[in-house]
Design a protein around this ligand. Structure first.
Ligand code: FDA
Length: 314
C-alpha cells in the first residue's frame, strides 16, 4: 500500500517542488544521489574506483519535453563519457530513452541515442539502456533490437525486470542475440495484468532469470541488494563452474555499502549505479518505495523542519 502511494507520488509535481526546496529532503536525497553536478558525480566514481568498485553514471531527468532538452541531455552524456575517458575512470553510463526524448518523438530519441553510441564506441565505453515502466518495455526492446544493437553489439545493453511476467522470454531473446543484460526486480507501479503482485513471485522469477543468464548470457549484471539472491547467485555459479569474471554484481549508490565492499573483498566484480543531477525527485521516491523505513526518517525530519519554521515565524 505504502509502496503504491509513494510510486504514485513520484509523478506529483507539487510535492516535487516542495521537496526540492526542502533542506532536509535534499540532505536525505544526497544519500542516494551523488550530487547535482558532474564534478560531484565524478568524485563519487573516484572514491568507488579506489575501493575496487566500477560505476555506471546516470544523469537524472526522465521527462524531457522538447527536442532542445533531449539534445542538451545527449550533449551532457557526451561530456560524461569524455570525462570518464580523460580521467581514466572505470565507469560506463546508463540512460533512459525518455531522457533522450522518446516521449517527444521516437526518431528524436533514436537520433540522440545513435550519436551517443557512436561516441561511446570512440571512447571504448558502454551504454546501458535503463528499463522504465511497462508502457515502454516493448518499444525499448524493439528499438534496441532494430536500431541500436545491430551497429553496436559490444557497447549497448538492456535491462530486464523480474516483476514482469514476460521476463524469462525476454532473457531467452537477449541470450540468443548475445546481448548484455542487467537483471533487476523492477521499480515502477505495475498492474497485475503485466507484473507479479507478490514479492515472493518476483524473487522466484529473479532466481529463474539469473540462472539462465549465468549459464547462457553475455556478461550479465546481477543488480540487487537482496542477500538471499546474491548468495544463491554465488552458489549457483560455483556449482556450474561459472567464473566470477563472467558476470558482475550491481547495486545502487548509497545502498548496502557494507555488502558492496564485502563482495569486492571476496573477489567478486561490483558495479555501482551513480545517479546525479537536479532532477532527483522521482528517483528518490522510487528508492523510498523500496524501503518504507526510509519514509519514516524523511517525513519525521521534514515535519520537524516545518514545525520549527512555524515557531520561528510566531
Ligand atoms: P528488495 O527490494 O527486495 O531489497 C532487498 C534488500 O535490499 C532490502 O531488504 C534492503 O536491505 C536493501 N534495499 C533495497 N532497496 C533499498 C533502499 N532503497 N534503501 C535501503 N535499502 C534498500 N529498476 C528498474 O525498474 N529499471 C532499471 O533500469 C533499474 N536499474 C537498476 C540498476 C541497478 C544497478 C540496481 C541495483 C537497481 C536498479 N533498479 C532498476 C531498481 C530495482 O528494480 C529495485 O527496485 C531495487 O534494486 C530494489 O530491489 P532489490 O533487488 O534490492 O530487492
Amino acid at each position: 500500500m505504502l509502496r503504491r502511494t509513494l510510486l504514485y507520488l513520484s509523478g506529483q509535481q507539487r510535492l516535487e517542488g516542495f521537496l526540492r526546496r526542502n533542506r532536509l529532503a535534499r540532505g536525505f536525497a544526497s544519500r542516494f544521489v551523488a550530487g547535482e553536478t558532474l564534478e560531484e558525480a565524478l568524485a563519487a566514481v573516484r572514491r568507488l574506483n579506489a575501493d575496487g568498485i566500477t560505476a555506471s553514471l546516470d544523469l537524472l531527468g526522465e521527462s524531457v519535453r522538447n527536442e532542445a532538452e533531449a539534445r542538451t541531455m545527449g550533449r551532457a552524456y557526451h561530456e560524461m563519457l569524455q570525462r570518464i575517458r580523460s580521467e581514466r575512470l572505470d565507469a560506463n553510463v546508463s540512460v533512459k530513452l525518455t531522457a533522450l526524448g522518446l516521449d517527444v518523438s521516437e526518431e528524436l530519441s533514436v537520433a540522440v541515442m545513435q550519436e551517443l553510441l557512436d561516441y561511446a564506441r570512440k571512447c571504448n565505453s558502454f551504454v546501458r539502456i535503463d528499463m522504465e515502466s511497462s508502457a515502454y518495455t516493448q518499444r525499448t526492446l524493439d528499438l534496441f533490437e532494430h536500431r541500436f544493437f545491430p551497429n553496436h553489439r559490444e557497447n549497448v545493453g538492456v535491462v530486464f525486470q523480474s516483476y514482469l511476467y514476460r521476463t524469462l522470454e525476454d532473457v531467452a531473446w537477449a541470450n540468443a542475440l548475445r546481448a548484455r543484460v542487467r537483471l533487476c526486480k523492477g521499480a515502477y507501479m505495475e498492474p497485475p495484468s503485466v507484473a507479479y503482485p507478490d514479492k515472493k513471485d518476483v524473487d522466484e522469477n529473479y532466481l529463474r532469470a539469473m540462472r539462465v543468464l549465468l549459464l547462457e548470457g553475455n556478461y550479465p549484471g546481477i543488480a540487487t541488494h537482496d542477500e538471499r539472491i546474491i548468495e544463491e547467485t554465488k552458489r549457483f555459479a560455483r556449482e556450474h563452474d561459472v567464473d566470477p569474471g563472467r558476470y558482475e554484481f550491481q547495486m545502487l549508490y548509497g545502498v548496502r555499502r557494507d555488502l558492496q565492499q564485502s563482495l569486492v573483498a571476496d573477489g567478486y566484480r561490483m558495479r555501482v549505479y551513480v545517479p546525479f543531477g537536479t532532477q532527483w525527485y522521482p528517483y528518490l521516491m522510487r528508492r523510498l518505495a523500496e524501503r518504507p523505513a526510509n519514509v519514516a526518517f524523511i517525513t519525521g525530519n521534514v515535519l520537524r523542519e516545518l514545525v520549527g519554521a512555524r515557531r520561528r515565524r510566531r
